[in-house]
Design a protein around this ligand. Sequence first.
Ligand code: ATP
Ligand code: MG
Length: 397
Amino acid sequence: MNDATLYLVKLGEISLKGLNRDFFEKRLKNNIKAKLKGYRTQISKQKGRIFFEISNDCPQTTIDMAFSTTFGVVGYSKCLRCAKDIEEIKKTAALIIQDEPFSKGTGTFKSVTKRADKGFALNSYQIDCMLGEVVHETYPLMTVDVKHPNYTIFCEIRDKAYLYTSPKSGPGGLPVTTAGKGMLLLSGGIDSPVAGYRMAQRGLKMDCIYFHAYPYTSDEALEKVKTLAGIIAVYLQGTRLHVVPFTEPQLWIKQHSQIDETTLMFRAAMMKVANAISVKQEGTCIVTGEALSQVASQTLESMSFTDSMSEQLVLRPLVGMDKQEIMNLAVKIGTYETSILPYEDCCVIFSPKHPLVHPDKQTETEHYYHMEIEGLLEEAIAHTEVFDFGSDGTLRI
Ligand code: ATP
Ligand code: MG
């Protein structure tokens, strides 16, 4: 392809797959392609690698976004391809070191050659030495340091030779959609966007659901959740946010339950609604941002009770994580700054001062059904609004 740049994408866990590797690779190709939509892209596959030739009118930021946010990509790099001939390889190396980072011309370097084609006349060490000479000829001040080099020139001998100098990290994991679909309870706090990221990293596609108790929770709180949905949509390969009007059910629960069990009852009702909407969206699991013992509603007994309200499997990817670890991940994925905006979510406003910490499952189940809230929940489901976000994170109107 003319006027195009070649990128090499490294696969991690996918390479370990057996007969179904093709299935994972196809999903990965499609997920990346969706983020490069509108730009000519040619894709070819080799063992442990996928090559993307992307037309030069595609902005670098779009390319970096596509590779660095798509699960299944372990690393990627711009690269040059040439014939499997040592003179051609040396010429290509001379060309690639004209660019950053070698173009500085000083510091230390090493050469790393991998031969997927073991039949190639020279072994990796011999190729490395020749590439070293090319660097020395161009930049006499540069010295070799095999342990801690400033820069590395990589050479892979495959169907052709591929050279690159600046590999970047991808997010790892498995391509989204390969594990099926779920429903993420997205609250606007720090934890739930991170939970969504963690499950997407294992290949789960997710819709998001937010319970909005207007006017007890403000329009700003809803906007915050929409912003978060947009940020994680990039990792989730797009998402649909379901906004459930939850004021009536919350008020009903407040009137019809004991003060110390209101939070548990809110959670139970949320699970019921999330489960019902997930079934409709052909999902098969629920995802929450709960972590063991973080608050009263996240003790073993509380989670065991709320679990029983969902027919679908409830996944809590953060259950064993420390709050600081979760916050670090929130910073890394870009949700932290939005999550800490001050708008309270509905549970905080309706929360009792002394909630039940170790509820009895049977008693709470009886209390829940005694409230007869199902009609109100059906109403809420019927009035749920949806917002669709693309894999570029923008809201589709
Ligand atoms: P987060 O930081 O995700 O808000 P949290 O530590 O504040 O979590 P809780 O408010 O107890 O904890 O919520 C626990 C989980 O329940 C959240 O991670 C989220 O998955 C879900 N959740 C809570 N409130 C809502 C809401 N209003 N809409 C949707 N999901 C919610
Ligand atoms: Mg919260």
